[in-house]
Design a binder for this molecule. Structure first.
Ligand SMILES: Cc1cc2nc3c(=O)[nH]c(=O)nc-3n(C[C@H](O)[C@H](O)[C@H](O)COP(=O)(O)OP(=O)(O)OC[C@H]3O[C@@H](n4cnc5c(N)ncnc54)[C@H](O)[C@@H]3O)c2cc1C
Length: 179
């Protein structure tokens, strides 16, 4: 799903990145002829409590500069007869894509630029020395000028590997690097 950024706190980096990311994703899909649809999304409230939260979200859409339409129960039924709810917000900017197709294309471009993909190998040590960064994985070692760590929810662990040199002191790899 290509999110419009409904939920994020106004003026936050998440709100800004979500909007910029949606535009960049659509531009990438257009440029590389990848599938996408800007089909919109319905955020449905199924009970009174959710209806209250839905109104707060609707206000947030306005604060985030996202066009949204408030539907009452009857309007929701007219638009989507198979959906049962007390009301809904229609967000036209939300879209869909085939993210696997996007990553395949990114890999193609990365390889064309000289990049190499290794899968099924885990980063277990990082040491910086001089102008180089040494990365040890479960089956090999790499040396590079820069390291970009994109480990998602594990990013803090990767950052920690880089900071805690004392931990590496006990491993052969670090012993080699530090002499
Ligand atoms: C159920 C679910 C549905 C979602 N749906 C959407 C959606 O519709 N639209 C949307 O925009 N976002 C969605 N998201 C959020 C989206 O998946 C994340 O925001 C996005 O994947 C983050 O990308 P990332 O590259 O930062 O991290 P990730 O995609 O998490 O990638 C991090 C990678 O690092 C690898 N890694 C971690 N530690 C190591 C290590 N030590 N060595 C080697 N590799 C390592 C992991 O295996 C992983 O492959 C969804 C998330 C979930 C959980």
């Amino acid at each position: 799903m290509i999110h419009a950024g409904v939920y994020y706190a106004p003026d936050s980096l998440k709100a800004r990145f979500c909007k910029e990311g949606a535009a960049a994703t659509l531009a990438f899909c257009r440029e590389h002829d990848l599938p996408w649809q800007q089909c919109g999304k319905l955020l449905v409230a199924s009970d009174a409590q959710e209806l209250q939260r839905m109104h707060a979200l609707f206000e947030r859409c306005g604060q985030n500069g996202i066009a949204a339409e408030l539907l009452d129960e009857a309007a929701l039924h007219t638009r989507e007869p198979d959906i049962v709810g007390r009301g809904a917000i229609y967000v036209a900017a939300t879209g869909m894509t085939d993210y696997a197709a996007i990553t395949r294309k990114l890999l193609e471009l990365f390889r064309a630029a000289g990049g190499e993909l290794r899968t099924d190998t885990e980063v277990c040590g990082i040491v910086e020395r001089g102008d180089s960064v040494y990365v040890r994985t479960t089956d090999s070692e790499f040396r590079g000028r820069y390291l970009l760590a994109c480990a998602g929810a594990m990013s803090d662990r990767i950052a920690h590997m880089q900071i805690c040199r004392s931990i590496f002191a006990s491993c052969r790899f670090a012993a080699n690097i530090f002499g």
